[in-house]
Design a protein around this ligand. Structure first.
Ligand code: BGO
Length: 273
């Protein structure tokens, strides 16, 4: 079977090391269409049964529309339909890395998390309940060390399994009840050309008034008026702009999730404490 993985993650999460470990010398470098951002693609080595291509997305913190890297990444995920996103999460920076994860899950492309730098978890005195984290996020988590080459076979096997299942789990709710209700109002206003699994991502972006998405999709003038006034209402009530409200919502969700799944080492007391 031909399978396409997209490798995504924050800068410095170990993506280059992982890409090299997965593909070996089997890689080619070019540019993303129309921009001078480097595009790397390769074939997963040692897997004879399937023909697996890995596309290395640029290192990004978010899928917002503000940098070329972010735009290239989101266009690829939404338009090129990779079978699976392998989301590299740096275990030693898990809280910050999960911000992108919440957005990747919303694209409707199935996500498998590679919890990378796993060799440092114990050394740093961290305890991560991967089982619970996986259950709440609704995607498999495999501990990996791209540096030491551990967990890679398991990661490939899991991602292949997910690709072959071919069924899309709809993205989970993560925001407050008010925001989730607003998202539910936007979803039916979206055109049928947007597939069911991608509707949540577009609905969040429409609510945020993301310029690139607004220029790209078609809304009836009645739906546009309804959504504009819904946005205004929420902005007045929550006393912030919608993009900040959504960003805060993601952080609140992650903080809550981290508080029940990650134990950090106790701060060492210094003499002055
Ligand atoms: C240096 N475990 C550990 N311990 N380190 C890892 C792992 C892992 O699983 N994966 C990657 N690293 P990139 P992006 C370095 O380069 O792949 C390390 O931006 C150093 N360099 O070796 O470049 C990896 O592509 C000097 O570390 O990340 C690299 O995502 C001292 O994480 C760094 C210490 O990996 C970033 C580290 C001269």
């Amino acid at each position: 079977m031909n399978i396409k993985f997209a490798l995504a993650g924050n800068p410095n999460c170990g993506k280059t090391t992982m890409f090299n470990a997965l593909t070996g010398a089997n890689q080619y470098v070019g540019n993303w269409p129309g921009v001078t951002v480097e595009k790397k693609e390769g074939k997963v080595k040692g897997n004879k049964e399937d023909n697996i291509t890995v596309v290395d997305l640029p290192g990004i913190y978010s899928l917002s529309p503000y940098t070329l890297e972010e735009v290239v990444s989101r266009d690829f995920l939404l338009n090129e339909d990779p079978d699976v996103i392998i989301d590299l999460v740096d275990a030693t920076n898990i809280e910050r890395n999960l911000y992108l994860t919440t957005q990747l899950i919303e694209t409707g492309v199935p996500v498998v998390i590679a919890l990378n730098m796993a060799d440092l978890i114990e050394k740093r005195g961290l305890k991560i309940d991967t089982k619970r984290l996986s259950m709440v996020l609704g995607c498999p988590i495999i501990e990996t060390s791209a540096l030491k080459g551990t967990g890679l076979k398991e990661l490939i096997a899991e991602a292949v399994k997910v690709a072959k299942q071919g069924e899309h789990q709809l993205p989970q709710s993560i925001f407050s009840e008010k925001i989730e209700k607003a998202i539910d109002t936007v979803v039916p206003a979206l055109s049928e050309t947007i597939t069911a699994n991608k509707k949540r991502w577009y609905a969040v972006k429409v609510l945020e008034n993301d310029e690139k998405v607004m220029n790209h999709i078609v809304l009836s003038s009645q739906n546009k008026t309804t959504i504009d006034s819904l946005r205004k209402e929420l902005e007045t009530e929550l006393d912030d702009d919608m993009e900040s409200i959504i960003t805060d919502g993601r952080y609140t969700y992650i903080q809550k999730l981290i508080s029940t799944t990650v134990e950090k080492p106790k701060e060492k007391l210094t003499m002055s404490d």
